[in-house]
Design a protein around this ligand. Structure first.
Ligand code: SMO
Length: 787
């Protein structure tokens, strides 16, 4: 990938744990989040939500609400349908229709928390009071809170106008002869695994401020989003206005985690109100609304089968799973991605995977960090342990025997994915070594204090980035696969870096500046990053799928090299030297071997910008935009190991150690990588060990929709985490980078489940559901045959 005339791309800043550029402002309280944006004459919006999981809306009377002092504007379903289209999705389910899901419910509301009425008033308090005064006559309808019920014959159908059943889509991938190979197997093991519905829980919930200036035909939207340019496109579609009239600005975003991908109903509502009133409208989601109405994550049922020979060779795997999407297809990708990695790190050529996407009367599922991969990892890796036990194989050696070897790559999986490269076995061995696996195996399970100790493994492969835009186009995606950057020299001798990638905690400002400074040879502090404003960045894709740096590194390199070449041409000419004899070093351009002959970059940049004092034939300006599309996805990989102790009387357990060995290819900034992996592990442990958005089957109500009931981990709940890295460069990305943003969410569930089953081996305990809680462990002990 390197140009012949360019210096090696690998430079001194790659691999340096440079402190995050973002932290200075965040730690000083100088961050600017959407709620920090204030306009004169600004109004606030509140949303009235359906209290039932499914109801016909007979009538809505807003007369009392309208009469309340301070109320400026009220919207209900029919007006919204006149003024805007149904919410579009970024990546539609192939073959599935556009569902008629509008910013406000129409004749029927399909889930508890769905917006039914919105009010704009002089303050949030007044708007909320007005919501209380809206008189809505609901007729509750039969509801579905379970995917299997939703598929049953005779169930009520959520979207009867466009779909004959609640099965939104199903499709299948296969390769080889899984049935034949299963028949040959000495042992076939199967299991059903239930993965909980959870939520991302960003510190900043959703937020928007919309400002409409009709004279300028300009709608400016400040939003808490991962994808400003995609939000702009979706707003243009739903509001039926020209994209050129819309500017989306995401300054600081208080957590994305996939949940801040694409638009939500409230975005449309705030814009409609702002356009009707010609005044700025703000909506800041509160935590209770967040639980009920922000897209949820995960929730799937996996039926998994593995067939193996008595000698421990896996012959075939099959996986059928149902994802409960809730009432609308906000995101299909997570349902799709489970299948991409369903065979994990194992060499299995014969396999099939079938996915069914099911609609229910629950809050729509959206993207959530890990994006389908934690779900399938739990099913696969728990079943691998069970199979190893049945074959009387050590779980570590059973994994090792079946893992893909470096010489197997590129490896095409039964789902059609192509794993690029890796040394999977090394991560397994390193995790075992770090956690003291053999010593654990040799020591008794029962400790002096009566607790049982166990150790569990989970190995994984994660797709990061994705295949080319051509691949996506076949599937009706609204986004491409490239990333873009603009670099612009300024007269102070610095570089302004413009990116459409918003800043939501990943550290991209730091990594971008680090790469840019390294390629140019300028000071890191001379790079000024301007992120997340569609009015001041080249049209890009956005930050999701652990893809940002994989794609952006190529764009950064191209733009930086172009800027560097021009700087050198102008500087060399001014110093009366040959281009090959000069170099950029910090704040100056100097003659190699004669540092006394130099010129300040500020001087060269000023000459270039003004077009004064530059060689004949050189155009004025010093600015470059580059777009880069990586040729393929890179697959991260690794192994986690958990040590648990459990009280067999009560089921109370604690994770005493958690080791993670991970490979994200070339590490640009180890401090950022550690932050990403550690943070995602905490989210993964939380989702595995307590978090659950639980619906009451009878009433269809969300019963864990507050911070009191939703058991997110606190700092005191997080076990000691030990991180190790290997660095196998990916052959398919610039620099060999693999993604790292989501990986930590993947292995915790299976690692802890396997550790508990190891500790409780004498009881023959099996764990097939998340979350794993003291109660569920106690029930599993009680249900086990040994009791
Ligand atoms: S769940 Mo991520 O933002 O692809």
């Amino acid at each position: 990938l390197d140009r012949a005339d360019a210096p090696p791309f690998r430079h001194r800043l790659i691999g340096a744990p440079i402190p995050r550029k973002e932290d200075d402002r965040l730690l000083r309280g100088d961050g600017r989040f959407t709620d920090d944006v204030e306009f004169a004459h600004q109004l606030e919006m509140a949303v009235g939500r359906c209290p039932f999981p499914h109801a016909r809306i007979r009538s809505i009377d807003i007369s009392q609400a309208r009469a309340l002092a301070g109320v400026k504007h009220i919207l209900i379903g029919p007006e919204v349908r006149r003024a805007s289209g149904p919410l579009t999705v970024l990546r539609p389910v192939p073959g599935a229709p556009q569902l008629p899901y509008y910013a406000l419910a129409q004749e029927r509301a399909l889930h508890e928390g769905q917006p039914v009425v919105s009010v704009v008033a002089t303050s949030r308090a007044v708007a909320e009071d007005a919501i209380e005064l809206v008189d809505i006559d609901y007729e509750p309808l039969p509801h579905l809170s379970d995917a299997l019920d939703a598929l049953a014959e005779g169930s009520p159908v959520l979207h009867p106008d466009v779909l004959p059943s609640n099965l939104l889509a199903s499709n299948k991938d296969r390769s080889g002869d899984p049935e034949g190979r299963m028949a040959e197997a000495d042992t076939v093991i199967e299991g059903r695994f239930r993965i909980n519905r959870v939520t991302a829980l960003p510190m900043e919930a959703r937020a928007i401020v919309a400002v409409w200036r009709p004279g300028a035909r300009e709608l400016t939207v400040h939003a808490s989003t991962q994808v400003p340019h995609l939000v702009r496109k979706q707003l243009a579609e739903c509001l039926r206005i020209d994209e050129g009239c819309i500017r989306v600005i995401a300054s600081d975003v208080g957590g994305g985690f996939g949940q801040k991908l694409g638009i939500c109903p409230e975005d449309i509502l705030a814009c409609l109100h702002a356009m009707a009133l010609r005044r700025p409208v703000k909506w800041i989601e509160d935590r209770l609304e967040y639980f009920r109405a922000s897209t949820h994550g995960r929730e799937a049922i996996h039926d998994f089968r593995i067939g193996a020979r008595a000698d421990g060779q896996i012959l075939a795997m099959t996986n059928i799973y149902r994802t409960d999407l809730g009432a609308w297809n906000s995101s299909f990708g997570s349902a799709q991605l489970s299948s991409v990695v369903f065979t994990g790190p194992y060499k299995v050529a014969d396999g099939s995977v079938e996915r069914q996407v099911v609609l229910t009367n629950k809050t729509p599922i959206g993207a959530y960090r890990g994006y389908g991969q934690p779900e399938v990892n739990f099913a696969l890796e728990v079943l691998i342990d069970r199979l190893a036990r049945r074959l009387r194989y050590d779980p570590l050696e059973f994994r090792a025997r079946n893992m893909l070897r470096p010489e197997d790559f590129p490896w095409k999986t039964p789902s059609g994915a192509v794993y690029d490269s890796g040394d999977y076995l090394r991560t397994l061995r390193m995790a075992a070594e770090a956690v003291g696996y053999q010593a654990h195996r040799a020591s008794p399970k029962r400790r002096k204090d009566g607790r049982l100790v166990g150790i569990g493994l989970s190995s994984f492969v994660e797709r990061t980035g994705y295949a080319s835009a051509r691949f996506l186009a076949n599937r009706g995606s609204k986004f491409g696969a490239h990333e873009s950057v603009t670099l612009r020299a300024n007269r102070s001798g610095g570089i302004d870096l413009y990116t459409g990638v918003s800043t939501f905690g990943q550290g991209n400002e730091t990594a971008f500046a680090q790469l840019c400074a390294g390629i140019l040879g300028v000071e890191y502090d001379a790079i000024h990053v301007h992120a997340g404003d569609t009015g001041a960045s080249p049209l890009n894709t956005g930050a999701f799928a652990s893809r940002t740096l994989i794609a952006a590194a190529g764009a950064l390199r191209e733009a930086a090299q172009s800027l560097r070449d021009k700087t050198i041409r102008i500087g060399a000419w001014a110093l009366d030297a040959a281009a090959r004899d000069v170099e950029i070093a910090g704040t100056v351009l100097r003659l190699r071997g004669d540092p006394g002959r130099s010129m300040a970059l500020s001087e060269i940049f000023t000459r270039a910008i003004l077009g004064q004092g530059i060689p004949a034939g050189e155009t004025p300006g010093l600015e470059a935009t580059a777009h880069f599309e990586p040729p393929a996805a890179a697959f991260s990989f690794g192994t986690a190991a958990a040590v648990v102790s459990v009280d067999p009387e009560t089921g109370e357990f604690s994770v005493e150690r958690f080791v993670m060995v991970h490979d994200c290819g070339t590490v640009v900034n180890p401090a950022l990588v550690e932050g990403q992996v550690r943070g995602a592990l905490v989210q993964g442990l939380g989702a595995a060990l307590g978090e659950e958005l639980r619906y009451d089957k009878e009433t269809g109500q969300l019963v864990s929709g507050s911070m009191l009931d939703y058991l997110a981990p606190t700092a005191a709940d997080v076990p000691p985490i030990e991180l190790l890295h290997t660095e196998v460069p990916s052959p398919v990305t610039t620099l060999g980078i693999r993604g790292v943003g989501e990986v930590g969410t993947i292995p915790p569930g299976a690692a802890v489940a396997n550790a508990l089953c190891d500790a409780l081996a004498a009881y023959g305990v099996e764990i097939s559901e998340l979350p794993i809680t003291p109660e569920s462990v106690w029930r599993a002990i009680a249900a086990s045959s040994a009791c």
